[in-house]
Every structure is written in C-alpha cells, then in structure tokens.
Ligand binder design. Structure first.
Ligand code: TYM
Length: 336
C-alpha cells in the first residue's frame, strides 16, 4: 500500500514580541508534528514583515531572536528545516507567477487586509499582495498540512484556491492541495488579556495585552495582575458571560494540561484577584525551560546563523525543484 507522506510547512514573522498565542497556536504544534516524524519546514518570514515599516537593525535582530526562540521551544534543526524566507529567492519569484492568476477582488475581501489597511492613510501594495506570497511559501514545498492559528484560515483558503486555479489553468498536477491544521480548542485563538474579544497580538500597542515568551517572571506576574476581570469574585468558567476570567482559566489550562473544571475546583476557595497569581505562576513554570534555553542560545550568534544557512540550503533544493516544474508548465523554461 502506498503511504501518504505529510509535508508540514508554516511560518512566523520575526517582528514584534512573540507571545503565548504564537506558542500555543503554532510553535508548540510545530514541535509535536516534528516529533511525530513528519517532513517539517518552518520559515522566519521576513519578507512578510516588511509589508509594514520596520527598523532595519531591529528586523535583523528580530530574525536572530526568532531563530533562538524556535530552537528554545524545541524546534530541532536536525529534524526540521528552519530558514529565513528572504534567503530562498524562489519565494519571491513564484509569488509573481501566482499574482498573475490572482484577482484584486479576491484579495480585497480578506479580513486581515481590511483590518490592517483600515488604520493606514496610504496602503502599501505589499500589504495587499501579502497573502499571495504566503500561498507561494506553502505551495513551493508541495505542503500537505499547514499548522496555524485561526487568524490564518482565510490565507490558507487562498492558497487552496490558487493551487486549484494554477493546476486548472496550466492543465498540470504540479501543485499539491494544502490543508490547514487548526486546533479545535482554545489554542487556535488565545485572547488578549485586556480585551477578550480580541486575539492576543504581537502588534497590540498595549504590552499588558500579551505575555511575551521571554518576559521575565516579575513582568508576567504584573501583566496578569492587570489582566481584565469582571465584578464577580468567584473563579468560574463561563466563556459566554465571563469571557475575561474564562480566558485566564484557558491560559492556565493550556499551560498545565488541567481542564477548566479541574482548575475551578482547585481554586474554589480564592477570588479572581488571587487566582491571577496562580495563572501567572503556571505560565512562569511552563516558560522557565524555554527561557533558560533562549538566554543560552541568543548569545550563540554564530550557531544561529549556521542553522539559518543550512536551513536555507535545504529549503532551496526543494523550492528550486518545484519552481522549475512550475516554470516548465507556464512556458518559462526554454532548454538552451
Ligand atoms: P504571525 O507571525 O502573525 O503568527 C505566527 C503564528 O501564530 C499564530 N497566532 C496565534 N494563534 C493563536 N492565538 C493567537 N492569539 C495567535 N496569534 C498568532 C498565527 O496564526 C500563526 O500561525 N502570515 C503569517 C505567517 C506566514 C505563514 C506562511 C504561515 C507567512 N507565510 C505560510 C503559514 C504558512 C503570520 O503573519 O503569522
């Protein structure tokens, strides 16, 4: 019997403060997939970051910090390919080919574009075509599964559409249909500590809204102290009517593996004010080994660069092969 090989691809922007949402929604699952022996490719998507203005020095540092963070979380360069997107030129070239089969109407309907462009007076073209680059990232590796948080689901649908349109237009079977892997639990959308109607976000101007993976313990405690709660002092789980307290319970649940019911039972004798410190402690404990690894790795610049260099080489081999096939069916490959 022929076995179906799973090819996992996902990406993360090296900008902003990487937080618990990124960890539970993406990186933790990447590690699980890596440890289940699938072919895993993870990209630090710097070309996506420059769709909004970035300070060049901070961007460079962000790339190294993200590399150290992924390794600290257990992404293992012996098992997975980890690379910097702009080091593999095929992404930009392939995205051009996909742009030629994408309509403006399709891109204009995407929620994330609407949300981000609303805040800007002049909208950069890169922000608009960003999801096509994301589709190129995915399709270039003949990816079968894309582990992401819920906020990315429309972008994966676009990748699926472009795969279908490309194969149909060029009467080929070169591109493979990717499927989104989105958790069906709270990990798919970890919410802001200041407003549970919003997701925890790297670009939130209020740093109290998220817990950064490298936030020191005192800062984590302070942020939880200031987390929004309501006027009921009891610790009870009711996501509909008590969204803010329920969000804290879900964060503890994700950090410890306890169920919301178990958490409420254990904390039945304290009020939500004291409970905030319990959640803070559980997150601090969960992050401790990651932070220890991070502080060691961030000083090993030479090693981090070698991981990225090696990863780019491995990624390029696959990307180049797919792009050659693509160019052949599109009519861009005369043999001289
Ligand atoms: P980015 O960098 O914004 O986020 C990285 C990953 O974290 C997930 N995530 C969350 N999950 C749960 N709760 C949250 N509050 C939360 N916030 C973020 C995101 O869903 C994502 O999985 N466009 C992508 C990067 C990208 C990509 C790709 C992803 C570029 N090319 C190809 C997959 C495949 C982005 O900006 O993710």
């Amino acid at each position: 019997m022929q076995t179906f090989r799973k090819v996992i691809f996902s990406g993360i922007q090296p900008t902003g403060n990487i937080h618990l949402g990124n960890y539970f929604g993406a990186i933790k699952r990447w590690k699980e997939l890596q440890d289940a022996d699938h072919d895993c490719i993870f990209s630090i998507v710097d070309l996506h970051s420059i769709t909004l203005p970035q300070d060049p020095k901070a961007l460079n540092e962000g790339i190294l910090k993200m590399t150290a963070t992924l390794l600290a979380c257990g992404i293992d360069p012996q098992k997975s390919v980890i690379f910097q997107q702009s080091n593999v030129k095929e992404h930009a070239e392939f995205s051009w080919i996909l742009k030629c089969i994408t309509t403006m109407a399709r891109l204009g309907r995407l929620a994330q574009f609407k949300e981000k462009s609303e805040k800007l007076k002049e909208v950069p073209l890169g922000l608009y075509v960003y999801p096509v680059l994301q589709a190129a990232d995915i399709l270039l590796y003949k990816t079968t599964h894309v582990p992401v948080g819920e906020d990315q689901s429309q972008h994966i649908q676009l990748a699926q559409d472009l795969q279908r349109v490309f194969n149909h237009t060029y009467k080929s079977e070169v591109l493979v249909r990717p499927t989104a892997l989105i958790s069906d639990g709270p990990a798919s959308r970890v919410k802001s500590l200041r407003d549970p109607a919003k997701k925890m976000s790297k670009s939130d101007p209020d740093p109290r809204s998220y817990i950064g993976l490298t936030d020191p313990p005192e800062l984590i405690t302070n942020k939880f102290r200031k987390a929004l709660t309501d006027f009921t002092s009891e610790v009870s789980f009711d996501p509909e009517n008590r969204a803010s307290v329920s969000n804290l319970i879900l964060i503890e649940s994700l950090s410890t593996g306890l169920t919301p019911d178990e958490i409420c039972e254990r904390n039945s004798n304290i009020d939500t004010g004291k409970y905030k410190l319990v959640v803070a402690d559980s997150v601090i404990e969960m992050l401790r080994p990651i932070q220890n690894n991070y502080h060691r790795l961030i000083n090993e610049k030479g090693y981090l660069i070698s991981v990225l260099r090696d990863g780019a080489e491995r990624a390029r081999t696959v990307a180049n092969k797919t792009l050659s096939e693509v160019k052949k069916v599109v009519g861009l490959s005369l043999e001289y």
